[in-house]
Design a protein around this ligand. Structure first.
Ligand code: SF4
Ligand code: SF4
Ligand code: FES
Length: 266
């Protein structure tokens, strides 16, 4: 290919806007999106959150971890020609042409007041604090709305069946974004009572970890005091050397098989 052909092909190829660049690279392709009803042209590769910042919005609320963990950036959107409302996390979902979107950083679902240490680990406690659990009609809209793929209806059903351990386990990945509650015909605050189930399971139902108790006693007896003192007195290069040369469990060893040579602090 001749030099001039190469150059003209390069020119006609449109640059992609990548990452969180606020300044559009020359020739970058943009797409129209609608933020709260107003049209903006944004680089096509950005997440909704970065596209909104590109469009001039500043996140004072509705933005936390930017990593799909905190649940602060719930977004509801619809694409043209599709009746279906879509949901997603603004920090994870990439923009699409002509999407109509709005932020939902908070959903005012009912949240019961309680003191965990005063509760008993019984399902009746959840039923009393959240009687609306029984308004569920098993429509499954909540599961479809969950950006974390949590099986919301399944944990709601587990709570109704009085199985706190199962509800705690199924809801483990919930990030409290509130999208399930926003779609619920029964007005259930699913994520709030699932959090209560996890708290009750952790504090009142799961067997106590004996090795944790043993380790706490060892710490309190000063077993690690000298070692910690030494570590805090090291400079950065000494710490780095120690870290690099540390004994590591091989990636391929089966659980419980590997033991370090140095067992003094086990
Ligand atoms: S959206 Fe509400 S009513 Fe429907 S299954 Fe989920 S909790 Fe039940
Ligand atoms: S269960 Fe509800 S609150 Fe939790 S992540 Fe899913 S949609 Fe969000
Ligand atoms: S900012 Fe935390 S989940 Fe999106």
């Amino acid at each position: 290919m001749g030099m001039s052909n190469e150059r003209s092909e390069k020119k006609s190829r449109k640059a992609m806007a990548v990452g969180d660049r606020a300044i559009l690279p020359e020739g970058a392709r943009t797409i129209p999106i609608y933020i709260m009803g107003k049209k903006y042209e944004v680089p096509e590769t950005l997440t909704i959150m970065k596209a909104m910042e590109y469009a001039g919005f500043q996140f004072m609320r509705g933005c936390g971890c930017r990593g799909g963990i905190c649940g602060a950036c719930s977004t509801v959107y619809r694409k043209p020609g599709d009746y279906k409302l879509q949901v997603g996390l603004a920090c994870q979902t990439v923009v699409e042409p002509d999407m109509y979107l709005t932020q939902m950083p908070f959903f005012p679902a009912n949240r019961a007041q309680y003191r965990l240490e005063e509760l008993e680990g019984k399902p009746e406690v959840i039923f009393k604090l959240y009687p609306e659990v029984f308004r569920c009609v098993a429509c499954n809209a909540c599961t479809k709305a969950c950006p974390m793929d949590v099986k919301v209806l399944d944990y709601v059903s587990a709570v109704k069946q009085g199985n706190i351990a199962k509800a705690a386990q199924i809801s483990f990945d919930c990030i409290q974004c509130g999208l399930c509650a926003s779609r619920c015909v029964g007005e259930l605050p699913q994520y709030h009572f699932a959090q209560l189930a996890r708290r009750m399971y952790g504090k009142l139902i799961a067997p106590k970890s004996q090795h944790l108790e043993k380790r706490v006693k060892e710490i309190e007896s000063g077993k690690y005091g000298e070692m910690l003192k030494k570590l805090t007195q090291m400079d950065q290069s000494e710490l780095e050397k120690l870290y690099v040369e540390r004994e590591r469990e091989p990636d391929t060893s089966s659980p419980g098989e590997w033991m370090p040579k140095e067992t003094e602090y086990l």
